[in-house]
Design a protein around this ligand. Structure first.
Ligand code: IPM
Ligand code: MG
Length: 365
């Protein structure tokens, strides 16, 4: 039966990178007999403008019935002054929580050809391959109570950092399962010296580790982890951490790879259903200019093929094609360091498909 994929372009460069992903999916459908049905929906500021909500009921319904979801990006200056619950980001957070997408996998891989695009010395980042496993539906992002209130004549903002044992357990299991297929090293990042909530985090992760005797677990405070990531990033393999620490550390990890424009992500629930999105945002400053890097979204398609659609071979093919366009010297502006050819969003997307086509004929020859 055809798999149903919901495409949610969202805002800013979202529609441009999504267009390239859609072309790729159509190519896979037509040329690789990949049975897929594509649907689109509104999310974020685009949905607010049209329907008055960043996560319309219709989108949520489609998301529930889809086998996988691909999201572009949400947000932008046009919506920054809206009340909190109407902002584009609420659309994204609503999808994560409504679908129970608690396990967020953010791989950071430095492609050899791009090592010099990183702000760090080449030898520190060349060959880097780490995976951040970020808890995505709990912690301070969702904790109650939250808000802004008036106390003693002045306003006070407050949020709650809260994790139940079961929430920590399931993300820890997810991280160990990932580590089991890699180099079997997990670093759990917390702030257990200050925050009770993450003291519990450390305790529970240590318990879960006992189920994976082949894996090594170390713990690190988040401030040290941030420092170590830029000091010696290759010491890490799998990092598991809370929602907010994962948000911050994954942006740091992104820069190690040369550009946040290269980073895909998968957000999975306990049935393996997933939403896939580039880690970068909506980049309103370059929206509509054909400058955005579509590779993070294309690599998100590859993760989707692997994790939700049972198409590991196609996922490998897409990855090979990304390697091959980089080897050909094609670069979007964010990863252009002077050598090679600087291309736009569409040309980069076309090149990936052309390279897939070439791969195709090599294989059938
Ligand atoms: C991310 C983004 C989101 C987050 C925003 C857009 C709500 O920064 O996916 O990392 O904070 O989770
Ligand atoms: Mg972020």
């Amino acid at each position: 039966m055809a798999k149903k994929i919901l495409l949610l372009a969202g805002d800013g460069i979202g529609s441009e990178v999504m267009a390239e992903a859609e072309k790729l999916l159509i190519f896979l459908r037509d040329e690789h007999a990949f049975q897929v049905e594509l649907e689109s929906g509104l999310v974020g500021g685009a949905a607010y403008d049209e329907i008055g909500s960043p996560l319309p009921e219709d989108t949520l319904q489609k998301a529930r019935t889809a086998d996988a979801i691909l999201l572009g990006a949400v947000g932008g200056p046009a919506w920054e002054r809206l009340p909190f619950d109407q902002r584009p980001e609420r659309g994204l957070l609503g999808l994560r929580s409504e679908l129970g997408l608690f396990a967020n996998l953010r791989p950071a891989i430095t492609y050899t050809q791009l090592a010099d695009a990183s702000s760090l010395k080449t030898e520190l980042v060349a060959g880097l391959d780490l995976m951040i496993v970020r808890e995505l539906t709990g912690g301070i992002y969702f904790g109650q109570p939250r808000g802004i209130r008036t106390v003693g004549g002045e306003r006070e903002g407050f949020n709650t950092l809260v994790y139940r044992e079961s929430e920590i357990e399931r993300i820890a299991h997810a991280a160990f399962r990932v580590a089991d297929k890699r180099s079997k090293r997990v670093c759990s990042v917390d702030k257990a010296n200050v925050l009770e909530c993450t003291e519990l985090w450390r305790e529970v992760v240590t318990e879960v580790a006992k189920h994976y005797p082949g894996c090594e677990l170390i713990h690190m405070y988040v401030d040290n982890a941030a420092m170590q990531l830029v000091r010696q990033p290759k010491q890490f393999d799998v990092i598991v951490t809370t929602n907010m620490f994962g948000d911050i550390l994954s942006d740091i990890a992104a820069m190690l790879t040369g550009s946040i424009g290269m980073l895909p992500s998968a957000s999975l629930n306990d049935q393996g259903k997933g939403m896939y999105e580039p880690v970068h945002g909506s980049a309103p400053d370059i929206a509509g200019l054909d400058k955005a890097n579509p590779l993070a979204t294309i690599l998100s398609v590859s993760m989707m093929l692997r994790y939700s659609l049972d198409q590991a071979e196609l996922a490998d093919l897409v990855n090979q094609s990304v390697h091959s366009v980089l080897a050909q010297g094609l670069r979007t502006a964010d990863i252009f360091t002077g050598a090679g050819q600087c291309v736009g969003t569409k040309q980069m997307g076309d090149a990936v498909i052309a390279s897939l086509g070439a791969e195709n004929s090599r294989q059938s020859a």
